[in-house]
Design a protein around this ligand. Sequence first.
Ligand code: GLY
Length: 378
Amino acid sequence: MVSAGLWLFSQLNARSRRLTSFHYVKWETADLSVLITYNALCLNVDSFPFSIQKGRGKMRKACKPVIAVHGGAGTWDPERSQAALKSVKEAAETGFKTMRGGGSAVDAVVEAVAFMEDSGNFNAGAGSALNIEKRVEMEASVMDGATLQAGAAALLSDVRNPVRLARLVMEKTDHVFVVGKGADDLARMFGLERRQSVTAAQLERYQAQLKSLLAGSGYLPRLADLIKAHPEVFQLETVGAVALDCAGNVAAATSTGGFPLKLAGRIGDSPSIGCGTYADNRSGACSASGVGEIAIRLVLAKTVCDYMGNGRAPQEAAEDAIALIKERIPNSYNVMGLIAVDVNGRIGAAHSTSNLCWAYMTAALEEPVASLKAKLVK
Ligand code: GLY
């Protein structure tokens, strides 16, 4: 009787065709055909984040993580876009390396978003837009698709990396969403780094935005009129990331300074779970950018995940969600951008703004691919 041991994948999830656990099995000669069938099945599914490889005489896993990041939907003029493209590329690389080094999808999206928060090139962290009172009110969220745990924080004035506070809310508290003074206190308690609340660069940008606004109507009209009259102030460079790690888990994170010149106390989609951020191992992960009030009303990130859970590829899911906005909320400020990854490692990105600054990295690439365009949905 021949007897040997092998690590075999098993328990294929019927819908997503993902492998969810390993089993150590013994086989005997009579079972050999079963084993061959089983291995063939595993090797045919080549879009997994990992695959079986022969290495030094024994079977080992190859880690094939996937990450996509965005630096925001909006209009990127040539002057600013080069630095932004470089930053999204580096952010994708940061997240990818985190997973290649054994980190989880949550680690990857947090590190990628923290990188973009620190860059100063986006409307998040160091580059946050100011509200109408000339103050910073940042917000961020993160979600773990393996556990459906989520954390979010908002109305932050000087926390260096709002996404790290969101993660602490997720992992160290019983809550999902903490805002304002309570969130600031929590950041202090956990010893998170702070940053100067309002910098000269932020003030300069605020003045330019305000000047544009006042040159038009002389007072603050409703949002639709503001955007129609002054598309140049409509810069929505929220940042976000979605990832699939080597264990097959997905995660998403999003961070923003919010809508430029927003009312004090306004909270958008970025920290609102399901709206700007969602992740579920049964479908995939999504991060949104654009007009928060639109994403909130359509629970947009969850909608994209539901589309993927029902069998649509991430690209189709993102495009369909943008189309849904146009169908259900046909106003003049219904512009959004979306990135998504599914549990098979496929990536999708779509937008209705002129640009979406984004990048992605997979094991098949030498370096991240970055672009100012994805699929434009008109
Ligand atoms: N999506 C960013 C915001 O509306 O605040």
